[in-house]
Design a protein around this ligand. Structure first.
Ligand code: HEC
Ligand code: HEC
Ligand code: HEC
Length: 154
């Protein structure tokens, strides 16, 4: 109970296969018609990390369940793609059209800001390693031999 990130975040406890646990990741897979079981092994070896190492936001009540966590990837993974997405996912104006999303207002200048979290997956997937089909686990969980068995360093 002290370890809030554990095996079940990435592994199906019944058979130890990699699986998605995070709701916003599962929602994004559904929106983009991707089925987990059909993804390549290396895609899974990165997407388990994309459960947490990503940008996300909490939905404004005007657009659906309040505070529902969502990955803002519908236009792509680049900063400009996400900026365009955010422009129309905030509080609705008088005409009922969603305005710009804001999750931080600077105390002194009152400037509305989008507070980007930790977009490791987005940075990676649009970079040379993502394009080449490398996975997060290839670098961060390198293979090692333990009693003659090849395992991924956890
Ligand atoms: C369930 C959420 C979750 C998942 C899944 C997850 N991480 Fe993390 N990761 C975290 C948190 C939380 C931290 C700690 C951040 C801190 O201490 O500030 C962290 C820390 C890290 C760090 C160290 C960062 C630092 O500042 O020292 C690395 C590297 C990392 N994770 C890589 C990965 C990789 C690679 C994967 C996939 C194999 C992964 N993580 C999956 C939540 C997650
Ligand atoms: C090509 C190898 C490679 C790939 C692929 C890769 N990383 Fe990294 N990552 C690194 C290296 C090297 C560092 C820098 C480590 C350092 O500065 O100590 C790093 C740094 C990080 C950090 C910050 C660690 C810190 O101490 O500040 C996080 C978090 C992280 N990576 C997560 C990920 C995630 C998630 C993925 C996949 C989406 C990924 N990385 C893909 C090699 C890689
Ligand atoms: C952040 C995600 C993540 C967490 C948390 C995690 N694993 Fe893994 N695990 C992976 C990845 C990625 C692989 C490599 C799978 C592959 O290459 O097909 C893996 C592979 C394995 C394997 C297969 C052998 C190997 O090493 O490649 C075992 C067994 C395993 N994990 C056990 C565990 C156990 C037990 C825990 C909890 C103590 C755990 N894992 C937690 C991501 C995770």
């Amino acid at each position: 109970m002290d370890e809030t990130i554990n095996c079940a975040n990435c592994h199906n406890p019944a058979n130890m296969e990699l699986r998605p646990y995070s709701e916003p990741l599962k929602d994004w897979l559904k929106r983009t018609n991707q089925v987990w079981d059909k993804l390549s092994r290396n895609e899974k070896r990165s997407l388990v990390c994309a459960q947490c190492h990503v940008e996300y936001y909490f939905q404004h009540a005007d657009n659906g369940p309040a505070a529902n966590p969502i990955f803002p990837w519908d236009n792509g993974f680049g900063p400009e793609d996400m900026y365009q997405y955010y422009k129309e996912h905030g509080k609705k104006d008088a005409t009922g059209k969603p305005g710009p999303f804001v999750d931080f207002v600077h105390a002194a200048s009152k400037t509305p800001i989008i507070k980007i979290q930790h977009p490791e997956y987005e940075t990676f997937i649009d970079g040379p390693h993502g394009a080449a089909g490398v996975s997060c686990a290839d670098c961060h969980m390198q293979y090692q031999r333990v009693d003659g068995k090849k395992v991924s360093s956890h």
